[in-house]
Write a protein of this length. Structure first.
Length: 151
């Protein structure tokens, strides 16, 4: 949550590996606003920050994963690195942080947020309604039609 810790890791050469899931959004806040409140997101977009560059500026070795196919190789290299390092993983801000744990009331609130003008409804619905996720989630099955209108 604070970038100053990177300088501390470098200063004391602490063997900590930091993983940043970069999505240029307060993505969990997006889903909380929609799933808990039924409102479209507000104030969740972040200015794009190159966290790997920040880590290098603090004196750490840094890695970046843009393609999931690179993840295993990059993580292996990072874990083999002596001392602290940062791994920046570029992720989809519209990926839902839940699946089978989604409650029916949350799915209903998400549909309400979509109906109320959620600007990313189409992208969020696409990810939320992936076949594997729906198969695991009674809540998504129950509210499938209301969510699918926005795909």
């Amino acid at each position: 949550m604070g970038l100053g810790e990177l300088a501390t890791l470098a200063q004391y050469d602490l063997p900590v590996k930091v993983v940043v899931l970069r999505n240029d959004s307060l993505a969990l806040e997006v889903w909380e606003q929609t799933a808990l409140l039924g409102n479209p997101q507000s104030g969740c977009a972040l200015h794009p920050v190159d966290f790997a560059a920040v880590a290098r500026a603090c004196g750490l070795k840094a890695f970046r994963v843009d393609d999931p196919a690179q993840a295993a190789e990059v993580f292996a290299e990072a874990m083999a690195t002596e001392g602290p390092c940062l791994i920046e993983c570029v992720t989809d801000p519209y990926e839902a942080p839940f699946g089978e744990s989604l409650q029916p009331s949350h799915a209903q609130h998400i549909a309400q947020a979509f109906d109320r003008g959620e600007p990313a409804a189409r992208k969020m619905a696409r990810n939320l309604l992936e076949d594997d996720r729906v198969a695991l989630s009674p809540a998504l099955q129950q509210h499938y039609d209301a969510l699918a209108r926005h795909r």
